[in-house]
Design a protein. Structure first.
Length: 248
């Protein structure tokens, strides 16, 4: 477990840090997507984060992105209004990018045809192709993910290993600046609560898709693939994009 079995290196954390930097330039779009997630989580499970794990998770995500509390409150109030309102649907799309890289896209949309058209166009214009449902999903595992920054944390790797074992997590990855913890998706809430009770604070905690294996991306296709991912992530309806290669 200390050596880690899920990922080589710490590419998940690198991607999160890069996204946080991008958020400074695209803050309005980030907040818009988070508001949509909060709205849907509230509508489906109620406005109390203590009894609604999905809402609690996205509120933590909003906090890590420095989303104003007023924005969070408005989204919860909107989701609590049972008299009509917006109706979003969670839809996933699967496809292939340049070099056959598997790409898994999670969306939250109020217009299925618009989202499908946009996603297909982005794939087609950037060296990829949209596949059928199930064409790449089997290449990923649903996991819970936690990142705990080591700066100002008086915890050794051995002590963190023991804490992770006690919390019931599955895997620990370490680097100089961060502890990365993975768990089964069904254990996410229990592990989160156990680590919080031990006094740890998360720089990030979320449910994610982890590739079972990674394949190399050729240098000549790297720019094209990066454009594909950037265009997908920039779409208003797209919430998350996962792929089975490294861009670091």
């Amino acid at each position: 477990m200390k050596e880690g079995i899920l990922l080589s290196g710490h590419n998940k954390w690198s991607k999160i840090k890069n996204k946080k930097g991008d958020a400074d330039a695209k803050r309005a779009k980030v907040f818009q997507k988070l508001s949509r997630e909060i709205y849907m989580a509230t509508k489906q499970g109620g406005p109390d984060p203590d009894s609604n794990p999905a809402l609690r998770m996205v509120m933590d995500k909003a906090k890590s992105e420095n989303m104003p509390n007023d924005n969070v409150k408005r989204a919860i109030e909107k989701g609590s209004n049972t008299a009509g309102g917006e109706d979003y649907e969670e839809i996933t799309y699967e496809g292939y990018g340049p070099d056959g890289i598997a790409v898994y896209v999670e969306t939250l949309t109020d217009n299925n045809m618009r989202t499908l058209t946009n996603v297909r166009t982005i794939f087609n214009k950037n060296g990829g192709s949209l596949g059928e449902s199930g064409s790449v999903a089997y290449m990923f595992d649903r996991k819970g993910y936690f990142a705990i920054e080591r700066e100002d944390l008086d915890t050794t790797e051995d002590e963190m290993f023991e804490a992770v074992i006690e919390a019931g997590a599955e895997d620990l990855q370490t680097s100089d600046d961060v502890f990365e913890i993975y768990t089964e998706a069904d254990d996410f809430a229990d592990v989160r609560d156990a680590l919080l009770e031990q006094g740890f604070k998360f720089a990030s905690n979320e449910l994610t898709m982890v590739p079972k294996t990674k394949i190399p991306l050729s240098d000549e296709k790297r720019t094209l693939f990066e454009t594909l991912i950037d265009k997908l992530e920039d779409d208003d309806d797209v919430q998350n994009v996962y792929y089975n290669t490294d861009l670091d």
